[in-house]
Design a protein around this ligand. Structure first.
Ligand SMILES: Nc1ncnc2c1ncn2[C@@H]1O[C@H](COP(=O)(O)OP(=O)(O)OP(=O)(O)O)[C@@H](O)[C@H]1O
Ligand SMILES: [Mg+2]
Length: 368
């Protein structure tokens, strides 16, 4: 990553009075001098940090991102939720100015990524899907080298690094080689590193994939605090709980297209009844029981039930291991199941989640 001279100058000008605390990001942006003039046709609303219309990425004959529209607004946390191969990373790489769009309009910070890549990259923080830390070097050295890409002075980097390592609970590991860190620590370091240039937008491609639940929660907490401090986040995930926890708004991507867009709550309300009852049957009963539960919801529609049954069962999904029953009245629906003589091994009543939204939209589960 190489910053252009204008942007480097931009950072150097502020070095004398800006520290490295993520909490200062909001102030930093307000004090930023205007960047290069926006080219004609750029999104004029300064609150719109990323503007995409018909954004497309093709690899040969294959279309990975198929004409998607979205706007990222300053201060929000925006997510791309989708399964493997949905086009999340391809989209992030276009926003990160490392992969040119094949078609459509893309403006990042009001600029065209193809023409103004270096200037935009200098104002972004990028956390790629795979960590790209130098594992032979120490934690502190990784931050130093990254900061030098942006033309930051060593004393400035040291000051910022101290703030970032404290914020990401890595201060006591500063002198350790990266290879000795746990997966969660490496991920935190990658995020710390991406903030060394005090970016206006932080791009996080699957920030917590592969981490254990405790490490994921710790990272969510840090990302939430960054957002509170005014950093605009754009992230990808295939975890519905991550999307619900972190994202103010999200786009559900499936096979390169936008399947739905909105806040997690809006999407759940729009696509699902409020309650879900999960039923598990013994293996040999599963298929037949699934059909009979589906029958409780009334007519069949392409293998799925349609709304409108008196038993309170709006819709049924038969998964390989479970039967999901969507309803506005869990107890009534369960009573209907038992009334039909069906005896599940276990039952679980829960609220509808983004996973259910995804199932409803695509007929498939989010995680392969
Ligand atoms: N450089 C490339 N050359 C050819 N095909 C590619 C390239 N990069 C991505 N693809 C294809 O584009 C599609 C979308 O890939 P992408 O990495 O954007 O998906 P993703 O949503 O990030 O998936 P994952 O959750 O597995 O990271 C996939 O089918 C992938 O194989
Ligand atoms: Mg990806």
């Amino acid at each position: 990553m190489v910053a252009d001279s204008h942007a480097v100058q931009d950072y150097q000008d502020r070095d004398h009075d800006e520290g490295g605390q993520p909490g200062r990001a909001g102030r930093l942006r307000q004090r930023r001098p205007p960047g290069p003039a926006a080219p004609p046709g750029a999104a004029q609303d300064p609150a719109t940090l990323v503007h995409a219309r018909g954004l497309t990425k093709r690899f040969g004959d294959f279309t990975a991102v198929d004409g998607i529209d979205f706007d990222l607004i300053r201060g929000e946390a925006f997510g791309f939720l989708g399964p493997n191969g949905a086009g999340k990373s391809s989209t992030m790489r276009m926003i990160g100015c490392v992969s040119p769009p094949s078609a459509g309009t893309l403006r990042v910070l009001g600029l065209d990524p193809v023409e103004h890549g270096p200037a935009i990259r200098a104002r972004l923080g990028v956390v790629p899907q795979e960590d790209t830390l130098d594992i032979e070097l120490t934690v502190a050295e990784n931050l130093l080298i990254y900061g030098r890409y942006f033309g930051l002075r060593r004393d400035v980097i040291r000051e910022r690094a101290a703030g970032l390592l404290g914020f990401f609970q890595l201060a006591d590991r500063a002198a350790d080689r990266v290879e000795s860190l746990s997966g969660g620590m490496k991920r935190r370091l990658t995020i710390a590193r991406s903030l060394i240039n005090e970016p206006e937008i932080l791009l996080l491609d699957e920030p917590t994939t592969g981490l254990d639940p405790q490490a994921r929660h710790a990272l969510w907490d840090r990302l939430f605090r960054l957002k509170q401090a005014g950093v605009t986040l754009i992230l990808t995930t295939h975890y519905m709980d991550e999307a619900e926890q972190l994202c103010d708004r999200l786009v559900v991507l499936d096979a390169g297209r936008v399947a739905a867009a909105g806040s997690p709550r809006e999407l759940i309300t729009r696509y699902c009844p409020p309650e879900v009852v999960e039923l598990r049957f013994s293996l040999d009963e599963h298929e037949q029981a699934g059909q009979r539960v589906t029958g409780l919801a009334g007519e069949q529609d392409r293998g799925r039930a349609v709304p409108g049954d008196q038993a309170g069962v709006d819709r049924v999904e038969v998964l390989p291991d479970r039967v999901l029953l969507y309803t506005s009245d869990g107890p009534a629906a369960l009573a209907a199941v038992r009334g039909a003589g069906l005896l599940p091994l276990t039952t679980l009543a829960r609220r509808a989640t983004m996973e259910d939204v995804f199932l409803q939209l695509t007929g498939r589960s989010l995680v392969d």
